[in-house]
Design a protein around this ligand. Structure first.
Ligand SMILES: Nc1ncnc2c1ncn2[C@@H]1O[C@H](COP(=O)(O)OP(=O)(O)O)[C@@H](O)[C@H]1O
Ligand SMILES: [Mg+2]
Length: 345
């Protein structure tokens, strides 16, 4: 039986689902509106500028970094700046070479294909993606048994923008096919404050500088978290006060969410106190911590650990994770006098 050529439509995400609509409204539309990440922005501006001038497709770009820092936003900005469509899909959705072929043959010349969580593309599909990225064609097998034959599909010159929270899981051949690999970092307080003020303006909610700073310091360096905190704080301000967000209202609202003034959330604090209390400050393996705090290992690795390490609460050593002095202090548990290890006597 001959298979119909696969259609790509169903693998594209509907970018206007209700949840993404709220996010989309707060998304900066252009490089100028995007706060922070100066190195990444300059790199992208250079490439996008050159591609438009030469009127050719942008080279493939890989965006890495923890969730909520702006990878999807940047993919949209790239499309906007190039005045090209952005087709969105994600790694786990493409589970057969035929799915990939369907996606790629549905693209127009110069389109941007955004593959989120690209590290989750199955290995069997990955190889096909190589030739698509490099030579803009793929050879797929159709039919089975004696009728099996390979068909070469030409693909319009497109740009792949990949996003990943786990660049270490991408194979070297995959990584090397991206002309630019750039990493997004957690935002500092000043940039997050700007983002908070901007989002509040778009949402039509009144906030002062101190209120914005208060939200910024509790947002774990992450714009998505900052936006979520704004929504809650705005509700709190309306219910408990006159609707204006100031320092006091923001602090009270966020205390109600048990987010402390270092930006640590409940899980962060549980990780630190578990290492302190049960493992004497470490070293302890990630798998063990995951079981102890009842959380998926990969969530700890992608979401919690990068922040705790960047902020200096936790160290990664070859034997496992170890609390720093700052980590001990945040855990609320006193270490023994002889350094990290509790005395055994
Ligand atoms: N630099 C930024 N300036 C303003 N808002 C931002 C910025 N980066 C991200 N955001 C906001 O944070 C939210 C999450 O960003 P997103 O691009 O979806 O993150 P990711 O894809 O990395 O998980 C979006 O709603 C967006 O509005
Ligand atoms: Mg995203």
């Amino acid at each position: 039986m001959t298979e119909e050529p696969p259609k790509g439509r169903k693998f594209f995400e509907d970018s206007l689902s209700p949840a993404s609509e709220v996010e989309a409204a707060l998304r900066p539309p252009s490089f100028e509106d995007f706060t922070g990440q100066p190195k990444t922005i300059e790199r992208l501006q250079v490439m996008v500028g050159a591609a438009s001038k030469r009127e050719e497709a942008l080279k493939h770009v890989l965006l890495c970094g923890p969730p909520g820092l702006g990878k999807t936003t940047l993919a949209h900005i790239i499309g906007h700046e190039l005045q090209r469509d952005v087709r969105i899909t994600s790694g786990p959705v493409i589970d057969k070479p035929g799915d990939l072929a369907g996606l790629l043959t549905n693209l127009q010349e110069g389109d941007i294909l955004f593959i989120d969580e690209i590290h989750r593309i199955p290995k069997t599909v990955e190889e096909y993606l190589y030739s698509a990225m490099e030579d803009f064609r793929i050879d797929i097998m159709i039919d089975q048994g004696p009728n099996a034959r390979s068909v070469r599909l030409e693909i319009p010159r497109f740009t792949l923008v990949g996003a990943t929270t786990r660049v270490g899981l991408l194979s070297a051949p995959m990584r090397s096919r991206f002309t630019l690999q750039t990493r997004l970092d957690y935002y500092d307080r000043a940039d997050l404050t700007k983002i908070v003020l901007r989002s509040c303006k778009l949402l039509g909610c009144t906030i002062n500088q101190a209120g914005a700073e208060e939200i910024a310091i509790r947002a774990r360096g992450t714009p998505r978290i900052a936006n979520n905190l704004i929504h809650f704080t705005r509700d709190y301000a309306e219910q408990r006060s006159d609707g204006t967000i100031n320092e006091d209202i923001a602090a009270k609202a966020l205390e109600l969410l048990e987010i402390d003034d270092r930006g640590l959330d409940e899980m962060d604090k549980r990780i630190l106190s578990t290492i302190a209390e049960n493992y004497k400050g470490g070293p302890v393996g990630l798998g063990t911590i995951a079981v102890a705090v009842s959380e998926e290992e990969h969530t700890l690795e992608e979401v919690h650990e990068p922040f705790l390490i960047q902020e200096g609460y936790l160290k990664r050593t070859s034997q496992g994770r170890v609390l720093t002095q700052k980590g001990w202090e945040a855990s609320g548990i006193a270490p023994s006098k002889d350094g990290n290890q509790m005395s055994l006597i």
